[in-house]
Design a protein around this ligand. Structure first.
Ligand code: SF4
Length: 417
């Protein structure tokens, strides 16, 4: 994985007046004095009383994948903590685990702007009246965070926890489990984490990018945040563009920017693109006119897609979508926590079907069999890993229908490079 020192920043067509260099305004690998010069002084206790309503007005959605309204998670945790007669206060976890192999945005953010994430974590903690604060990320990412924490007295209350380098380690309940039991496997979602999370405390788990935006909103207000993006997708977001491109990288874009504009700004020639996997390995393949859709929850909804953690994987014209999907499904099957039936049996079977299809070694109704297997694992795991894998397979069967048919009859229409 490449960590860029200076994240390239993108604008949106017609939005020249909007400053999109927000999260990286302090520049590369900013120390505390540079951070404070760029963003101004910050007192988490001073912003805490109005933070919830300011987040609600901002419209900030979570940047970790699920896209929940940031203020709702904070409110739910605050309500659960307020209802407690006995027991301690809430916990807040900044999640930078980023298990998705094609996502580097959290790594780039923690490398370049750790103080912004720390500010957001302190602000959320102050709003909940708790000093139980955790930052969870891979050991490689914690170096810059450790250095940042050492620079400031107020951050000494944050406990840094190294995450496992697995696909599933960033799932919210796996994060709680890892911090509590050193076991980064998801828990049954019988109770919401906002009610009973870390050691049964009400627990707020926010992605590190979400918390960096919280820090900016706490400083500059909801109206400033809404100065970029659109009404339905305000603010900016980080995206990771990778695959068959001349330059892979992390970019800060305005909300609702069209997929094709993101690609163009990243230097990708649209004529060279066969498809784009949006939302990462649990995402959806988009082709043709679907690339005109905006990269937001509402914008991608007509294609049954979602931005997820802002991952765009470009598949070049010379590459086979069936083979690319089979490789990903094989990886996902190997990354399950093997504690639920659909992961232990369903995903390996699905991977086997997709690999056979990609190789043209097919039996009768191989496509129908893959679709049935995808349906059979959906909704049956303790977490959404089987559902996400099934979504990817269904999407490939539709997006690459011609290629799938060719493979099913034993021919591949694209020579692999
Ligand atoms: S569904 Fe799979 S990844 Fe999720 S908890 Fe069960 S075994 Fe683990």
């Amino acid at each position: 994985m490449t960590i860029v020192d200076d994240a390239p920043l993108l604008g949106r067509e017609g939005a020249a007046l909007v400053d999109l260099n927000r999260l990286f305004a302090a520049g590369a690998t900013a120390d505390l004095s540079t951070h404070l010069r760029a963003h101004g002084a910050f007192d988490p206790r001073a912003v805490a009383p109005g933070l919830l309503r300011e987040l609600e007005r901002s419209g900030l959605s979570g940047r970790g994948g699920a896209g929940f309204a940031a203020w709702r998670k904070l409110e739910a945790t605050a309500n659960a903590a307020g209802e407690r007669v006995f027991g301690g206060s809430a916990a807040v976890i900044a999640n930078g685990a980023e298990g998705e192999p094609r996502s580097w945005k959290d790594a780039v953010l923690l490398h370049n702007a750790p103080h912004l994430v720390i500010d957001g974590l302190l602000a959320a903690g102050a709003a909940l009246g708790t000093s139980r604060l955790y930052l969870y990320a891979s050991e490689a990412r914690l170096d810059t965070v450790r250095a940042a924490v050492a620079e400031r007295q107020d951050a000494r209350i944050i406990t840094l926890v190294a995450s496992a380098d697995t696909f599933i380690s960033g799932e919210a309940s796996a994060v709680v489990n890892a911090i509590e039991n050193h076991d980064a496997r998801p828990r049954d979602h019988v109770r919401r984490l906002s009610e009973s999370g870390l050691r049964k405390r009400p627990t707020l788990v926010h992605n590190v990018e979400t918390l960096a935006h919280v820090a900016l909103i706490a400083r500059h207000g909801a109206d400033w945040f809404r100065g970029a993006g659109t009404v339905r997708d305000p603010g900016t977001r980080l995206v990771t563009v990778s695959g068959d491109v001349s330059r892979e990288g992390v970019f800060e874009i305005a909300g609702d920017m069209r997929v094709r504009d993101v690609l163009a700004a990243a230097g990708v020639d649209r004529d060279s693109v066969s498809a784009v996997l949006v939302g990462g390995y649990h995402g959806t393949w988009l082709r043709g006119n679907q690339l005109d859709l905006p990269l937001s929850a509402a914008g991608l909804a007509p294609a049954g897609a979602a931005p997820g953690a802002g991952v765009l994987i470009v598949l070049g014209r010379h590459r086979c979508g069936v083979a690319a999907t089979a490789d990903i499904v094989e990886y996902l099957a190997s990354e399950s926590a093997r504690q639920c039936g659909p992961c232990m049996f369903g995903l390996p079977a699905l991977a086997q079907r997709m690999s056979a299809l990609a190789a043209g070694r097919v039996q009768r109704d191989a496509v129908g069999e893959a679709a049935r297997l995808a349906d059979s694992v959906t909704g049956r795991g303790a977490c959404h890993h089987p559902d996400g894998t099934a979504r990817l397979v269904r999407s490939a069967l539709v997006a690459f229908a011609d290629d799938v048919e060719a493979h099913a009859s034993g021919r591949c229409t694209r020579a692999e490079a």
